[in-house]
Write a protein that binds this ligand. Sequence first.
Ligand SMILES: Nc1ncnc2c1ncn2[C@@H]1O[C@H](COP(=O)(O)OP(=O)(O)OP(=O)(O)O)[C@@H](O)[C@H]1O
Ligand SMILES: [Mg+2]
Length: 320
Amino acid sequence: MSRVSEAVVEADEVSRVFDGVRALDRVSLRVPRGRVLGLLGHNGAGKTTLVNVLSTVLPPTSGSARVAGFDVTANPAEVRARIGLTGQFAAVEDKLSGLDNLVLVARLLGARRDHARRRAVELLERFDLTAASSRQVRTYSGGMRRRLDLAVSLVGKPDVLFLDEPSTGLDPVSRLALWQVVADMVAEGTTVLLTTQYLEEADRLADSITVLAGGRVVASGSADELKAAVGKRSAHVTLTSRQDADRAAEGLRGRGLRVDADPARPVLSTPVEAANDLAAVVRYLDEARIEFSGLDLTEPTLDDVYMRLAADQAGVGRVR
Ligand SMILES: Nc1ncnc2c1ncn2[C@@H]1O[C@H](COP(=O)(O)OP(=O)(O)OP(=O)(O)O)[C@@H](O)[C@H]1O
Ligand SMILES: [Mg+2]
């Protein structure tokens, strides 16, 4: 069954079981047209399995999914015609050159020889592979293969792009270039689902984020919403010596504040729920005549969100 839907990628209660391992457990998500969903999760969370189900590589054990309005089980060919997929491990032909890999894929997708070549040259340029374009891929570095693999997934100008850990193994410059390419494609209307272990990447690229742990969705929302759910800005006070830091930690704890001490530097951190909390820190230090050289206020990061959710999930796992 296929139906047209607002969401270009839609999973409803998708489960996938491998020999008793429940890799996905009733996962539901929606990605509207032209948006980027970031799928975050630790090793084994189920990210690749979900990408495989959505890209018709694997059938779901139960539940259903639609991509570009087509059911992945009932109409896999229609789905495949509209997607680009970059897997976690590069899938390019070693014995061919970068140029020939791209031309081959373009020809397979039905492009005329001159169009295929033009598209290939354009993509090589975009991914900074022009100088290596006629070398066999087996001579490429890991990062170069990765970039070529991404270029291959873009040959057909797909409506929907699945990127499974696209920037793993890329150096910072290549990673920025990749982010730019993804942003350009999104600006042109492409819908993207990307998996990543880099919170910065999700924060930077994704409109919404779904966190998977143990095959389940444990949180979803915008980066800001997830951060707000973890809550709490933190104040970080830099003292001038370790002794002062120890003394201040004790004193602040005595006033009912939760204090984390940095093991490497004389820096104390405390959650700040109200403006009063910050005032209380400064008042205490002043009264106790403890000098401080810095005071910063930070918003929670996606790292905090991730750590918190992973910890909660570990807790759940232990209880069962
Ligand atoms: N073909 C398979 N046969 C058996 N178990 C599998 C298979 N594929 C995945 N699994 C299991 O399913 C779970 C989810 O794996 P998956 O590859 O989806 O995780 P992931 O989030 O992509 O992890 P990573 O960050 O390491 O890539 C793991 O427990 C994995 O061992
Ligand atoms: Mg994976």
